[in-house]
Design a protein. Structure first.
Length: 241
């Protein structure tokens, strides 16, 4: 098994929904391919697919949990839009309050937050804020695609980027991680594009490439904000061309 197999399982899960929807065959295919993908991720370290960095600044569950945010898409489909925005606002507000409490009391909470977040706003809160802004500022299909890029960022980038001899590009970001993000973002973007309006392969490819470049070049800001909003803006521009 290698990193290619991981992306194959991911592609199978996405294509199951894109081509079959949530019908009985599509749901079964989604569950089976998702199981294979998750199983491969958890076995990946032992098989040498990646090496974990310094655990004082790495919380593996957060990397794995990030794609769970893709569940916001079906949730948006079943909830009235104002209720959905209200839910996201509550989640983002709760995360902000917890951040303020944690910073004010100097609580570490090392099982939830990274060491580098001990005196700053967390990426969890910024991810929720970015997701909220996506659904406030952009039409649904664009928000879905950008959320897909944002949700797959850490997982796909680290699966390929956490190698024994990565090639660093900028500020700790690696060539392998950027390529992994590009592949993962393209797969997720294509799946959402097929399921919701199909804006075209070139739009998806352009948006995914733009998201990878934005993530690579982000300095001084949290890439949860720049990747989500930047890629959504790029997809919007490409749809106008």
């Amino acid at each position: 098994m290698n990193a290619t197999a991981l992306f194959a399982f991911l592609a199978m899960a996405i294509m199951s929904v894109a081509e079959l929807g949530f019908s009985a065959p599509g749901t079964i295919a989604l569950i089976m391919s998702s199981y294979c993908f998750i199983h491969a991720v958890f076995r990946g370290r032992g098989l040498g697919l990646y090496v974990l960095p310094d655990r004082t600044n790495f919380l593996g569950w957060r990397v794995i949990a990030r794609p769970v945010a893709l569940l916001f898409v079906p949730l948006h489909l079943v909830l009235p839009h104002p209720y959905f925005l209200g839910l996201l606002s509550v989640l983002a507000g709760a995360a902000l309050v917890l951040d303020a409490y944690r910073i004010a009391t100097r609580r570490v909470m090392s099982r939830v937050y990274k060491k580098k977040e001990s005196r700053q706003l967390s990426s969890i809160m910024l991810f929720l804020v970015s997701t909220l802004l996506l659904f406030v500022l952009f039409p649904p299909t664009t928000a879905y695609i950008a959320l897909g890029f944002l949700s797959i960022d850490d997982l796909s980038g680290k699966l390929v980027g956490l190698r024994s001899s990565p090639h660093e590009l900028l500020a700790g970001r690696t060539l392998e991680g950027s390529v992994g993000f590009l592949v993962g973002a393209t797969l997720v973007g294509y799946g959402f594009a097929r399921a919701f309006g199909d804006p075209g392969l070139l739009v998806v490819l352009g948006g995914a490439a733009g998201a990878a470049i934005i993530e690579l070049l982000t300095m001084g800001l949290d890439d949860n904000l720049t990747v989500g909003l930047g890629s959504a803006g790029l997809v919007t521009l490409l749809l106008l061309i």
